[in-house]
Design a protein. Structure first.
Length: 312
């Protein structure tokens, strides 16, 4: 980037004829090198010259600000592109929205997307996902759901869209909504990735913990739902982690499914994952609540033996 900037400055000092393409190329080099201040200054120099900036140069400057988390500058450049009639496009809006996402500036992101639609910019899923990410980062689960619903009219939401909405609902303690969205993935024939399943598992885990401190109403077959999440991970070739196993074990404890608890604990060990206190307690309590005293003693012996072997 230093060479490109030096070359441009040398052309200026020699009073050689410059073009918008020259400026745009140099700004793009600075953007790729994460030199947002230099990219911004070059765009300002271009704007104050006799040359008319184009949307390519503007997009490069917006992207440079986005990568640096400079959301205010990104939005200012996006607004400037409108004022200068540069015909902002989906690249402009996506980069500016992404800058807002990183700063959790959900209001600015949504205002930007609404303005883009009014300008008849054909938004893509990347731009909308940036808006969803901003809502997620700011714990705005209601806004996430509204934007997700709006995307069904185009562009169609993808797995990233649902993951952001599921996470936002989970963070907002709306676990039932988060789990319903996880179910929508299958209905929409979308293949959940590890992030989506992790978000759903986390929401289920939080729901289980909340249920254990209150009534058990509405938790029927919760252990089956947790197992389905585990199976989804396995079918995708993804290794379930301790958190997802603990979700299953907690659900088994709440609904007194001691056989399922013991099977899950055995599977955890077969996957070479060391059970923690949460896993062991849930399995023991499942046996106790079902009055399976022999199995409880056997499990305690196995756990004690494992502790002794690990201490050697």
């Amino acid at each position: 980037w230093r060479f490109a900037v030096a070359l441009l400055e040398d052309m200026v000092s020699r009073r050689l004829e410059l073009t918008v393409v020259t400026f745009a190329a140099t700004i793009s080099v600075c953007e790729k090198a994460s030199r947002w201040e230099k990219a911004l200054r070059l765009f300002r120099d271009l704007s104050s010259s006799r040359l008319q900036p184009n949307i390519i140069a503007c997009n490069a400057a917006v992207s440079a600000c986005e990568k640096a988390g400079q959301w205010k500058w990104a939005l200012e450049l996006q607004q400037e592109s409108i004022g200068r009639a540069l015909a902002p496009n989906v690249v402009t809006c996506s980069a500016a929205a992404s800058a807002c996402e990183k700063a959790a500036e959900w209001e600015a992101a949504l205002i930007l997307l609404i303005a883009a639609r009014r300008l008849q910019v054909e938004l893509n899923v990347v731009a909308c996902n940036a808006g969803l990410g901003a809502c997620q980062n700011a714990w705005q689960w209601q806004r996430s759901l509204a934007l997700l619903a709006a995307m069904k009219e185009g562009p169609s939401p993808d797995v990233i869209s649902y993951t952001a909405a599921i996470t936002a609902c989970g963070d907002g303690a709306k676990w039932d909504v988060a789990l319903r969205l996880a179910g929508d993935l299958k209905r929409q024939q979308l293949q959940p990735d590890f992030a989506a399943l992790s978000a759903a598992t986390a929401a289920f885990s939080a729901q289980s913990e909340a249920s254990s401190t209150g009534s058990n109403r509405g938790t029927t077959c919760a252990w089956m739902r947790a197992l389905e999440l585990q199976e989804a991970l396995a079918q995708m070739g993804l290794q379930p982690g301790l958190t997802s196993y603990n979700s299953v074990l907690r659900a088994c404890h709440q609904e007194s499914h001691w056989r399922c608890a013991l099977t899950t604990l055995q599977q955890l060990q077969e996957d070479q994952i060391k059970p923690d206190e949460v896993a062991c307690s849930a399995a023991l309590l499942s046996c106790r609540d079902s009055e399976q005293w022999s199995w409880m003693r056997r499990l305690m012996d196995d756990l004690s033996r494992g502790l002794r072997e690990s201490s050697k």
